[in-house]
Every structure is written in structure tokens, then in C-alpha cells.
Write a protein that binds this ligand. Structure first.
Ligand code: ZN
Length: 163
């Protein structure tokens, strides 16, 4: 088993965990959970909020947590590509975006790609924050009980990292 040999601040690890958890959310819940509405990070605590239409079963929560941690253990590579905005959109499409818009005057995007073990894309997002170089460096991800806000059709998924 490979270990993370680099040191990162908690915020960087927790932020990177958002990308891994999002990949697991989409795999478990499907395309309806594709759009991120907001994210929050404080120390080792994070929260991913996606557009969704119902609350989750305990089995789904467990499946998301297990899948996210499987991807941590597999030590997936994280690559950051700086691309002109138009080119990034042509290559990857709208999937790079979240529900909160990137201002139109920003013409160059930092595209964060987590590659799965088979070379396919586990998660992709235009994001200008700092990330760890591979998922092992995040540490263990523990999901807290998600909250579904029916009036806004938002699913909040809080978690903590243990490292
Ligand atoms: Zn990011």
C-alpha cells in the first residue's frame, strides 16, 4: 500500500475530498445528482451540496462513503490542466461547471481531473483551489448524516476527513 509522502494543510485535503465524494455521489445516485450547488470547507470538515430530488437511504449513504474511501485507497492521480476557457469547454463540455457560475471575464480555467484506475475520469471540475497530488493523501473520509432540503431540492452531504 502506498503512503502519502507529502504534507498538506487540512483544508487542501478536505477540499480535494469534495471532488472524490462528488464522484462517488454521481456513481451511486446517478446523473440527477450531477450538479454541485455549493461547497464548504473548514479544517477537516467539509460539505458537498448537490441538486437532488429526495433524501437518501442509509444504504446509499454507506455506498457513497465506501466508494469514496475505495478511491482514496486506490490512490488515484489528480491532474490540473490550465486551459483557455473555450478549449476546456470544447474538450470536456459543461461537466466542468457547477451551478454557481464562473464570471465571463475569466478566460482561462484550471481544470482538475481525477483519473480512475482504468484511465477514465472519476471527477472533473473547473476549480482554482489547491489539491493534493493523489487521493491517498486525503486520508479516510467519514460521511455524516446527509440533509435533504425539499423546498430547495438540495442534498447536503457533510463529511470529515481523518488523517
Ligand atoms: Zn477543487
Amino acid at each position: 500500500m502506498r503512503e502519502c509522502i507529502e504534507e498538506y494543510p487540512d483544508e487542501v485535503k478536505t477540499h480535494t475530498a469534495l471532488h472524490v465524494v462528488k464522484g462517488a455521489v454521481v456513481r451511486v445516485l446517478g446523473e440527477e445528482a450531477l450538479w454541485t450547488a455549493s461547497t464548504y470547507v473548514s479544517g477537516k470538515h467539509g460539505r458537498l451540496t448537490v441538486k437532488f430530488n429526495r433524501k437518501l437511504t442509509p444504504e446509499e449513504v454507506k455506498a457513497i462513503e465506501e466508494l469514496a474511501n475505495k478511491k482514496v485507497e486506490e490512490d488515484l492521480k489528480i491532474e490540473v490542466k490550465i486551459l483557455p476557457r473555450g478549449e476546456a469547454e470544447r474538450i470536456y463540455g459543461n461537466i466542468i461547471y457547477d451551478l454557481f457560475p464562473i464570471p465571463g471575464e475569466i478566460r482561462e480555467l484550471s481544470i482538475v481531473i481525477i483519473y480512475d484506475t482504468d484511465g477514465s475520469i472519476w471527477n472533473i471540475n473547473a476549480c482554482n483551489k489547491q489539491h493534493v497530488k493523489s487521493t491517498r493523501c486525503i486520508g479516510k473520509i467519514k460521511l455524516e448524516k446527509p440533509r435533504f432540503r425539499a423546498s430547495k431540492q438540495l442534498l447536503e452531504i457533510p463529511f470529515n476527513i481523518e488523517s
